[in-house]
Write a protein that binds this ligand. Structure first.
Ligand SMILES: *Cc1c(COP(=O)(O)O)cnc(C)c1O
Length: 354
């Protein structure tokens, strides 16, 4: 057995995907299965496909390249870098875009390879990450795109609750539908995709408030963790523990709760502060900041507390625990979005499929 390890329950992932696909399909919405949070691991992608996703979406072209063998259409989620357009048109069938300069380069690259590249134009509805903010500019971009070789404008989309924390609501998503009408009237162009955001848009589907016409959602977190961050609410009939972290204890000792000596800076340049709780039983796990942020994991044992971490060590307070943790004991944690992301990125953490 190797530790630390993330255990991935493939049946639970498939179940979560199925539930979300059913929910979305009932509302005439297709699901893009977003794979970036687990670095596009093929075993997990396969379960998402069995669960019914229609498109594979990832923010990194490296991941899409590794997923080449899957026949589903692939969508690059992060705006392409101009320096990567050749790979984008080769490994992604479509991409989200907001810059005409990049789209022109995609057009050239697609022409060179003799392929067509599909584009969903991103509209910023107020979250202030990517997307064209100004409507006139959006229409100008559409007009230029129509004349470009080997480029198909297939839809418009938006991304919310990623930077500004702005919630998807009936009102802001309705703007996408209105824009589609404007584009149809002005350019006789019938956009087939209205991509209404990420997992944070699901609450509108659950309550039946998603505006009719939104026909695609791009789901990552909700499939993996059965919830989404904006509301933090668990999604009915899904598992929240499809992925868990297991770490091994390398030291258990009774120690004071305040360090002894003059306090300078810690390893990360912060001046730490401490609360005196007397002598506590402390355990160290062999995992650290290089792999995961201590604030992004939750001990399964409700009596255990995370005290802190350094590059390679995670320190726990086990004083209140009923279980007698010793050196070699294994401790389990449930995960949040940020911890899934970093644990999969760390090559020091084993990935074990159940
Ligand atoms: C990451 C990402 C998603 C998926 O977000 P989740 O919250 O994991 O569902 C969707 N769209 C874009 C553009 C993304 O970058």
């Amino acid at each position: 057995m190797c530790y630390p390890r993330v255990e991935i329950n493939l049946v639970k992932i498939r179940n979560n995907t199925k539930k979300l696909v059913e929910l979305c399909n009932e509302n005439n919405i297709d699901v893009v299965g977003v794979t970036k949070v687990f670095c596009g691991k093929t075993k997990i992608v396969r379960e998402m496909i069995k669960g019914g996703i229609r498109v594979i979406g990832d923010s990194r072209i490296e991941n899409l390249k590794r997923l080449k063998r899957f026949k589903l259409p692939k969508l690059l989620l992060r705006l392409p870098m101009i320096s990567e357009v050749d790979e984008v048109v080769e490994y992604a069938d479509m991409s989200l875009n907001s810059e005409i300069a990049t789209i022109r380069q995609l057009s050239k690259a697609a022409k060179k390879k003799d392929v067509r590249h599909k584009i969903i134009l991103m509209v910023d509805l107020g979250d202030l990450r990517e997307g064209i903010f100004d409507v006139e500019e959006l229409l100008e971009t559409v007009e230029i795109m129509i004349s470009l070789d080997n480029i198909d404008l297939i839809g418009i989309g938006t991304n919310l609750t990623c930077y500004g924390g702005i919630l998807p609501e009936k009102e802001n998503l309705q703007q996408l539908i209105d824009l589609k009408q404007v584009i149809r009237k002005k350019y006789k162009l019938n956009l087939r995709v209205l991509s209404g955001g990420n997992s944070s848009s699901l609450h509108l589907v659950e309550t039946g408030d998603i505006p009719t016409g939104i026909n695609q959602l791009r789901l990552g977190e909700s499939i993996i963790l059965g919830r989404e961050t904006a509301f933090g609410k668990e999604i009915t009939d899904t598992y929240q523990d499809a992925m868990i972290l297991k770490c091994e204890i390398i030291e258990v000792q009774n120690k004071p709760s305040i360090p002894i000596g003059t306090i300078g800076m810690d390893a990360f340049g912060n001046k730490p502060s401490f609360e005196d709780k007397g002598i506590r039983r402390r355990a160290i796990c062999a995992i650290g900041k290089q792999d995961v942020s201590a604030s992004e994991i939750l001990p399964e044992d409700g009596n255990m507390k995370i005290i802190g971490s350094s590059s390679d060590h995670l320190i726990l307070d086990v004083t209140e625990c009923n279980e007698d943790y010793t050196v070699g004991s294994i401790v389990t944690f449930t995960l949040k979005y940020g911890s899934v992301l970093s644990l999969f990125t760390s090559e020091y953490v084993k990935k074990v499929y159940l």
